[in-house]
Design a protein around this ligand. Structure first.
Ligand code: DGL
Length: 266
């Protein structure tokens, strides 16, 4: 059981921010990553569509005998995870609750900005999770529809990216936030620009860091942490174009991505 892979999924390359943290903390773990690139962006999809995608991907990962699934997607962590975890035979861990815990701890003035997809903002998942920890904290959210296509195209800086960041973040800065949660897993790849524009007084929260700390806790609790010294195996699958995921994925994560295979689940 300990040597079984961890399942990880997202709509595309966004979940690689979670893989980055995983590799830094648990290099011995094997994992299977599924990027549902045929259906990116998730942020504008209906609940029905999101449930269909999540069910298909979870079934695929279970067929590969994963020991746990990390929902490396803010949208699915907000919309489908609370339902799917009720029947899933292995533990499911999302990014929203860990991200909320990190943000609630990081703020000094109690004003927190959350940038995420439209579906995540509509679900109020971050506000509810942060206020469950600290009811007095004020949360200001913004949906940033242009970020995911930019990251999927590997456009992490430049005029277009800067303009988009400025536009989305300005109203949050006006609210005097001191903490900003990058509530979609694609966004930490834009962190240098986001941090440049939001300034030194704003602490950026990448939920991936706390998610991996909580993953370690769950693996230990269930006695399924892989204690092998050797490096784990890493498999990458997509539902769409494998070449573009390979190219942008390697730009974001480096040569950890050796090969990408296409598997359609429909
Ligand atoms: N990276 C995902 C998230 O965290 C999905 C973004 C999208 O495809 O719209 O929400």
């Amino acid at each position: 059981m300990k040597t079984r892979p961890i399942g990880i999924f997202d709509s595309g390359v966004g979940g690689l921010t979670v893989v980055k943290s995983l590799l830094a903390r648990l290099p011995g773990e094997s994992f299977i990553y599924y990027g549902d690139t045929a259906h990116v962006p998730y942020g504008s999809k209906s609940r029905e569509e999101l449930f269909k995608y999540a069910n298909d991907i979870v079934s695929f990962l279970l067929s590969r005998e994963v020991k746990i699934i990390v929902v490396a997607c803010g949208t699915h962590s907000s919309v489908t995870l609370p339902e799917i975890e009720k029947t899933c035979p292995v533990p499911l861990l999302g990014v929203v609750k860990p991200g909320a815990r990190a943000a609630a701890q990081a703020t000094r003035n109690g004003k927190i900005g959350v940038i995420a997809t439209q579906a995540t903002v509509n679900s109020c998942s971050y506000s509810l999770s942060i206020n469950a920890i600290e009811p007095e904290h004020e949360i200001f959210s913004a949906a940033c529809a242009r970020f995911v296509p930019l990251v999927e195209a590997g456009i992490l800086d430049g005029k277009e990216t800067r303009q988009a960041v400025e536009e989305y973040i300005a109203p949050l800065l006006q609210r005097k936030i001191d903490t900003l949660v990058m509530g979609c897993t694609h966004y930490p790849f834009l962190a240098p620009v986001i941090s440049d524009i939001s300034g030194e007084g704003v602490t950026l929260v990448d939920p991936a860091t706390q998610t991996i700390e909580e993953l370690i806790g769950i693996l230990k609790q269930n006695d399924i942490l892989n204690d092998n010294e050797a490096c784990g195996t890493r498999e990458f699958y997509v539902s769409g174009n494998e070449e573009s995921f390979y190219r942008v994925g390697r730009l974001l994560l480096g040569d950890v991505i050796q090969k990408v295979d296409r598997i359609e689940l429909d």
